[in-house]
Design a binder for this molecule. Structure first.
Ligand code: ZN
Length: 94
C-alpha cells in the first residue's frame, strides 16, 4: 500500500507559496505582487527613473564629468551610478 504525505514545503508555504516568497524586489526586498512582471517594485522603478534623470541631466550639461563630480553635484550614490554604467545607460568617455 502506498502512503502519501504532503511535502514539508507545502506545509510551510501552501500551494504556490514557495514561488511567492522568492518574488521580492531585487532592490529593496519588498514583496512583489503576483501581477508584477519585473524583478523590482514600482517604488524602486520610480526612484531609479528619477535618479537616472538627475544623473543624465548633469552629464548632458557637464560632459566628461567624473564619478566624484556626479556624486558631489547630484548626491546620487556611486553604486547607483555604477549600475547605470553597467546597464549601458551611461557611457564612459575616456
Ligand atoms: Zn523595491
Amino acid at each position: 500500500m502506498q502512503r502519501y504525505n504532503i511535502s514539508m514545503r507545502h506545509m510551510l508555504f501552501g500551494f504556490g507559496g514557495v514561488d511567492m516568497m522568492r518574488r521580492v524586489c531585487k532592490s529593496c526586498g519588498t514583496l512583489l505582487g503576483a501581477e508584477n512582471e519585473t524583478s523590482i517594485c514600482d517604488a524602486c522603478i520610480e526612484k531609479d527613473v528619477r535618479e537616472y534623470t538627475i544623473v543624465k541631466e548633469y552629464i548632458v550639461s557637464h560632459r566628461g564629468a567624473s564619478m566624484a563630480d556626479i556624486y558631489l553635484q547630484t548626491k546620487i550614490p556611486p553604486s547607483t551610478i555604477r549600475r547605470f554604467i553597467s546597464d549601458k545607460r551611461i557611457e564612459l568617455v575616456l
